[in-house]
Structures are given as C-alpha cells and as structure tokens.
Design a protein around this ligand. Sequence first.
Ligand SMILES: Nc1nc2c(ncn2[C@@H]2O[C@H](COP(=O)(O)OP(=O)(O)OP(=O)(O)O)[C@@H](O)[C@H]2O)c(=O)[nH]1
Ligand SMILES: [Mg+2]
Length: 329
Amino acid sequence: MSKTIRLQDYITGINSSDKRILGKAITLIESKKPEHRELADQLLKAVLPLTGKSVRIGITGVPGAGKSTFIESFGKYAIEQGKKVAVLSIDPSSSINKGSILGDKTRMEELAKDPNAFIRPSPSSGFLGGIANTTFESLLICEAAGFDYILIETVGVGQSETLVNDITDVFLFLKVIGTGDELQGIKRGIMEMADLIFINKVNAENLSKAKITKTELTRALQFITPKEKNWKIPVLLGSALEKTGLDVVFTQIKDYISLKTKNGTFYETRKMQAQKRFEYWVKEYILEKAKNDHLLELSFLEHQNNASELLSNPSSEANDFVRKLFGKS
Ligand SMILES: Nc1nc2c(ncn2[C@@H]2O[C@H](COP(=O)(O)OP(=O)(O)OP(=O)(O)O)[C@@H](O)[C@H]2O)c(=O)[nH]1
Ligand SMILES: [Mg+2]
C-alpha cells in the first residue's frame, strides 16, 4: 500500500520542485473524490502566495501542425535561456483525445528528461456531462514549484482553444504552409485569440510558399481587432523540427509581456480570467451538488431527457431544474 501523502508533504515537495510530488499534487487536484477535493483546496490555498509569476503560454494549431514538436524544441530553447518549463495539455472532452495526448509523452522525450522541465498530460472527465477542467489549478501548482514558463497544448478541437485562451497570457497559433484555411481560421475565431502566429515546417525548399502564406495571413489579420492595443500580431516563420525561428518567438513573447505589463492589461486580463473561472466553478459545483443528491440527480436527468427528446425548450427545462435546486418549485 502506498504511503498517504499529507498536506505538508505536498507543500514541501512543491517548494523543492520535487517532480514526483508535483505529479502527485496534480493527480490530487484532478481527483473528484470529496476527501481529495478538500485536501486539494487546502493545498491550493497554501501555495497561492507562490503563484502568479510565470508566463502562461497557450499553443494551438490543427492536428499535425507540430504543436508537440514545437513545445519540445521551444521548451529546450527556453531552458537554455535560463527558464524552467512546465508543459500541460488540455483535454476538455476526455474521449477521443487521450491517444494524441499519450503520444505527446513520447514526442517530448528529450524535454521530459531535462531536470528543468516538467511534462504532464492531463486527461480529465467532467461531471454530469460538464467539462470540469483543472488545467488552471495544475498550472498554479507548477508556478508554485518555480516554473517560469507554462506551455499548454490544445487538442485543436472543440472548446479547447477557448479554454486555453481563458487561462493564458500569450496565445500562439501554429500554422502550416498554404492550406488555404486562413479565412476558416478567422471563422473559427482562432485568429481573434492569437497574439503570435508561427508558420511551422518552413525550410529552404518551401520558403517562397511560406512567404505567400505569411502575406495571406497578414492580409487576413487586417480584418481582426487584436486583443491588445498597440500590438501588431507578428507572423513568424520557422521549423520546430529543425529548431529555427525559436529565438524570435522567445523575444516576441518577452516583448508582448512587457507591453501588457506596461499597459496594465497583463493583470487586468488575469483578473477577468479569474472572474470567469469563478463563474465556471460555481456552475460546476452546483451541478456536482445536484449529482450527490439522488432525488435531484433524478430530476436533473428527467429535465435533461425532456430537453434531449425535444419535448421542450432546454432553457425552460434548465430553469425548472434550478428552481427545484433552490427550493422554489
Ligand atoms: N518537416 C517538419 N516536420 C515537422 C515540423 N514540426 C513538426 N513536424 C512533424 O509533423 C508531425 C506532427 O507533429 P506534432 O508535433 O505531433 O503535431 P501536433 O500539432 O502536436 O499534432 P496533434 O497533437 O496530433 O494535434 C510529426 O511527424 C512531426 O515530426 C517541422 O518543423 N518540420
Ligand atoms: Mg500534439
């Protein structure tokens, strides 16, 4: 039987950047068992003063764009510049994406071996069909353990981009050459979230094609209001595999963070994100409380069924259910 880890053990382990304890702390945070939840909450409260000092970087792009390869190369580059790097992946749906996340572990083998890196694939499932996601809380634990850069890879589907955008300071969009989806990118809202664009897999042979893609992207960006005033979204060229262009990404991220800090938008954005997360957790905890009460759970399922059978309007069903929750039926 494994020894129970107490709160103080977690705190000491995190303070000394002990990767084994760090991994266990994240497992604790992801756990949905009430006794774990209590301890996780105490842990988060205890380490809060140590958090907030990292640069939180989200990385998105279509499947195969090279996100994992980029994280491996960029992570190593950042370590060479004296940073400590943690990598988390986001999995909002838990179903189809596990394969690709597990694949990442082997893809980032070199980075994983580095004493200044910590890699954590975090599949998580939701309660009552929700998308309970503890990536942000895991990020806080990594910050408390002294990691300067937290890189978060989206799975590039569904809501993962929005989820990552809501917990990061910088959002990097990895693009592949000439797929002609520049306008589609705008439709999906990804370009609106991007702070930096990196055209990946660029080499001597495809350089001229890459430049055309850059021109197209730059043109498409004219129709987009950037998240940050006075920041012209850079479209950079390089290769994650051949480790080119990484230095420019590093510098641009630093410049972007300086600008946001000077503007006051760095903390403003973090405060807005915190507000949103508070609301998110209120909703999650309400649903969870309902699930723990057998009658309420039955009622939830009944209302949900009425909605899904198209018998009535989902918002009316939700309203009726919430009235029951608060004893106003
Ligand atoms: N030639 C070349 N290949 C690259 C480059 N970057 C990534 N690749 C290759 O592209 C493929 C996909 O790379 P990944 O890093 O797994 O891409 P991903 O975006 O993480 O993919 P998913 O996690 O599945 O969405 C791999 O075979 C990589 O070796 C690059 O700069 N040049
Ligand atoms: Mg990947």
